[in-house]
Design a protein around this ligand. Structure first.
Ligand code: KG4
Ligand code: ZN
Length: 333
């Protein structure tokens, strides 16, 4: 019998989850809206809001899961990667909570947790599988050999896919985070209206910084001829940008599947909430005979449910952390 309380505070969402014998029975996510005023996450503000949110989020999670503090077997937390100030709130809280209850601590790598979110609900992938992990800070193709043995076989050399969405949104004067808004506009637009160049990067790596610049120059050029260009063509611009990002991601994923001879394919991270990516992946699966795994929406963007399930796997093998543990903003994979 085990009850894991998990805390996620790596960026701008404060989340607390409960995992009861391998089942997620609470996943409370307190979003921080304050950053919308600034067009991006302000680290100092994020850590202050985590401090305000964390105790109410823990209390709510205990209520939702119908669990008492004394029932908790261990506390899992995101150690990194992420923003130092944000991580510090979660790590300090987890340490004090575990110390107060005299129970073990479990440290979790945020990127592993995104991947292990696939073990929350059925169907679960079979090892080994490939996971395209696409978030605001990372773009990776990971060869997942077991719960604990994962290897990055491709990654971005500069910007992440989520940044490509968010920075495009900024160019289009859409509020932060722009990814979900681009997704919404794209659903009404023509994906073939405009063409953007696909970066020519060797192997399984990605690059999005030149892509983003090409969008900026394209918009500037069009606005010279028509100052209302964005307003009049927003849906088509969003659909075309999204189409290009998905094409870049899926082309590398197809390459990886051939190279590694694997047809169990998963996606994870905030960008895996994108409706176009989810649909294109399903279509590619039919075309190439892949078995694909797409997480439920609540487990795509940052959430403690994924930290809880990752923590549960470590709990089963007694992999505990010491009370001296510190946050690791640049935690290795
Ligand atoms: O995993 P996540 O919540 O946080 C990080 O670990 O970075 O990912 C956040 C990223 C942001 O860039 C956000 O714009 C993007 O995921 N995102 C989306 C969608 N929902 C979230 N991008 C495209 N379409 C979406 N529907
Ligand atoms: Zn994340």
């Amino acid at each position: 019998m085990s009850v894991i309380l998990a805390i996620e505070s790596s960026c701008d969402d404060t989340s607390v989850a409960i995992c009861n014998n391998g089942k997620i029975t609470a996943n409370v996510i307190a979003n921080q809206t304050i950053h919308q005023n600034y067009g991006g996450v302000i680290p100092e503000l994020a850590s202050r809001v985590h401090q305000q949110n964390i105790v109410p989020a823990v209390e709510q999670a205990l209520i939702n899961a119908n669990v008492k503090k004394q029932d908790i077997s261990a506390v899992a937390f995101t150690q990194g990667p992420g923003l130092l100030g944000s991580l510090l709130v979660g790590v300090s809280f987890a340490k004090s909570f575990a110390l107060g209850l005299n129970i073990p601590l479990i440290s979790v790598n945020h990127m592993h947790a995104h991947i292990l979110a696939h073990f929350i609900d059925d169907p679960k992938p079979n090892f080994p599988f490939l996971c395209l992990t696409v978030s605001g800070g990372h773009t990776q193709i990971v060869l997942v050999k077991s719960y604990f043995d994962m290897e990055i076989i491709g990654e971005t050399l500069d910007d992440a896919a989520g940044e490509a969405f968010d920075k495009t949104a900024k160019i289009l004067q859409l509020p932060y985070p722009g990814g979900p808004l681009i997704d919404r506009h794209a659903q009404k637009g023509n994906p073939l209206a405009y063409k953007f160049p696909e970066p020519q990067i060797a192997g399984l790596n990605f690059s999005f910084s030149g892509f983003k610049t090409s969008i900026l120059y394209f918009i500037r050029k069009e606005e010279k001829e028509n100052p209302n260009f964005i307003e009049e063509n927003l849906d088509d611009i969003c659909a075309s940008v999204q189409f290009s990002i998905i094409k870049i991601l899926l082309n590398k994923l197809k390459k990886a599947a051939v190279e590694y001879q694997i047809n169990e394919i998963a996606i994870a991270g905030g960008v895996s909430a994108n409706s176009g990516l989810r649909k294109s992946l399903q279509e590619t699966a039919v075309e190439l005979g892949w078995k694909v795994y797409i997480p439920a929406f609540q487990y795509c963007t940052d959430n403690a449910g994924m930290v809880a399930i990752a923590g549960y796997q470590k709990y089963l093998v007694n992999d505990f952390a010491s009370q001296n543990i510190s946050p690791l903003p640049r935690m290795e994979f």
